[in-house]
Design a protein around this ligand. Sequence first.
Ligand SMILES: [Zn+2]
Length: 105
Amino acid sequence: MPTSTQTTWPEGVIARYLTVGGATIDLTHGNRDYPTDDGIGENRNHTSAACTGCPAAEEFSHWRVVKRMTFDDRVRNPEAADRDARDWAQCHAETCRAMPGPGQP
Ligand SMILES: [Zn+2]
């Protein structure tokens, strides 16, 4: 595993994985407003993982549905989303052989 590829990370990148093809997968946090039925809308945070070598990307919501006795509740759990994103990035890094395109670090 090469360790000499120490480049400046883009702003907001919380974790970076090196793929076997030499590209990177960047993990970032993001916000997006979703419309809801009541028209108020809600803001949902997520952790996204995106490969710079190929179009593969995944989003992991910070909100998890928790079953209560009589209703489903949403609980914010960024750590779980980060963990899922890291798992996805690790898995993709081991299989992706796409080279980073021109202009990529
Ligand atoms: Zn890839």
